[in-house]
Ligand binder design. Structure first.
Ligand code: 5AD
Ligand code: SF4
Length: 448
């Protein structure tokens, strides 16, 4: 490695979950705070941060093709190779192996160490090795610059890590143990987000509903208490949270869905499988029956709540009967939307070495059948919302002239013809429904 000047421009590219999107934004703020400027769209940056995801093999492998592409592009342009930083969960899981496999990589930084990115950039520019996959006891959040400019719908990480050790999942290894950010740090960041233009905040955590902390008076609070405090924040019109574990769905949080108007009627509550045998092998520590009763209680508290989930097909040992049980559970729940994946064996997880790995063709067929059912449910949910009046938060421009795109309370994408600017909260009537989105007509403007 040879020395080179410090980079003047940067680009951060995030893959994977919303927490990575949040981390990517914070890394960009950190680099901007050092005087670097974001490269314009389509322009080559002198520092490229690839903020990676390790959840499935395909996601984890993507970083290597991206690195190849970056090197090729700089060759073709006759320019110097950018400094390349691999951040995120692949960095944590693979560490120094990344540099062995892809020599073009200059920096490797894990999800709990990215507040040290400026120092790593300086080291790499000086030609020194720059690898940091520590999980330091001090919180990275305290070392990050304040939030300045955000869109109308912002993310806020309140909890990280996982102690549940589902047998298929890398998260406990890449993100570490469950930890909750302190009450006052969260409220301060929420205030800063609202000041910076947000009127919706999605609280993020790998097990967000396991969040716990003490309020100003020293009382123990759960996520419901945090949401109640955020509900009192002037200018914050909408609160969401994701992603939750069924076992951390407390009575108080369920009640909050019926009582707090700013808490949007949407719940992403992954169940993964509808077979108790498979749930046991996954170490999910809940049954399908317990899950269905939970959904019933949530619906009793908030009848119009939209339910979303995650499903894995082809977990080791999954039989046709197990898969049929998953379809039956999906039928019983009725989803507004959901994500479904083929099982991907991950190095170091218990399921990767289990017997009875499922043949790819079987997984393909199961995924297709499940997705067909989930798509029908999503279309059905959208169709059922025809004629509903609801708020829509305008988030960006649509493809057609005069068209804007926003989100309904139930997280549907809503197309609407309006000259209301981004960040407006409108009252809208849903007038058309498609499989992936709905259309709305403007009825009134609401002050956020
Ligand atoms: N293979 C396939 N899907 C997985 N997920 C987590 N680990 C794996 C894996 N090894 C899915 C789960 C989880 C979502 C974020 O990704 O459904 O809820
Ligand atoms: Fe993975 Fe979620 Fe299970 Fe944690 S709770 S191990 S993140 S599936």
């Amino acid at each position: 490695m040879s020395a080179r000047p410090l980079p003047r421009s940067f680009a951060v590219k995030s893959f994977g979950c919303q927490m990575n999107v949040y981390d990517g934004e914070r890394m960009a703020e950190l680099l901007a705070g050092q005087g670097m400027v974001p490269a314009a769209d389509g322009e080559a940056a002198e520092l490229v941060v690839l903020n990676t995801c390790h959840i499935r093999e395909k996601a984890a492998e993507k970083v290597y093709s991206d690195i190849g592409r970056l090197v090729k592009a700089s060759h073709a342009a006759g320019a110097a190779k950018p400094l390349i930083a691999v951040a995120g969960c692949v960095a944590q899981a693979e560490g120094a192996e990344i540099v062995q496999r892809a020599r073009a990589v200059d920096i490797v930084v894990g999800p709990q160490a990215y507040h040290r990115l400026p120092d790593l950039v300086a080291r790499a520019a000086a030609g020194a090795p720059a690898l940091d996959t520590d999980m330091p006891a001090e919180s990275k959040f305290g070392a990050l610059p304040a939030r300045r400019k955000v869109g109308p719908a912002a993310f806020l990480t309140v909890q990280e890590g996982c102690d549940k050790f589902c047998t298929y999942c890398v998260v406990p290894y890449t993100r570490g143990a469950e930890s909750s950010r302190p009450w006052s740090a969260i409220l301060n960041e929420a205030r800063a987000l609202v000041d910076a233009g947000a009127c919706e905040i999605t609280l993020l955590g790998q097990n967000v509903n396991a969040w716990t902390g003490e309020d100003e008076a020293g009382r123990r609070q759960g996520l419901d208490g945090l949401i109640r405090a955020l509900d009192r924040l002037p200018g914050l019109a909408r609160i969401r949270y994701t992603t939750s574990h069924p076992n951390d769905m407390s009575d108080a949080l369920i009640a909050a869905h019926g009582e707090i108007a700013s808490l949007m009627p949407f719940l992403h509550l992954p169940v993964q499988s509808g077979s108790d045998r498979i749930l046991k092998a996954m170490n999910r520590s809940h049954t399908t029956d317990a899950y269905l009763r939970l959904i019933e209680r949530v619906r009793a508290a908030r009848p119009d709540i939209a339910i979303s989930g995650d499903f894995i097909v082809g977990f080791p040992g999954e039989t046709d009967a197990d898969f049929a049980a998953t379809l039956a559970l999906v039928e019983a729940v009725g989803h507004a939307q959901a994500f479904s994946f083929k099982y991907s064996p991950r190095p170091g997880t218990p399921a990767a070495t289990m017997d009875d790995q499922i043949a790819p063709a079987v997984m393909d067929a199961r995924l297709q059948a499940l997705q067909a059912l989930l798509n029908r449910q999503q279309h059905g949910f959208n169709t059922a919302s025809l004629g509903r009046r609801c708020t829509v938060l305008i988030e960006r421009r649509g493809k057609l002239p005069g068209q804007m795109l926003g989100k309904s309370p139930w997280l549907q994408s809503v197309h609407i013809q309006t000259d209301a600017p981004i960040g407006s909260l409108l009252e809208v009537e849903i007038v058309a429904a498609g499989p992936n989105s709905v259309s709305g007509e403007y009825r009134a403007r609401i002050a956020a």
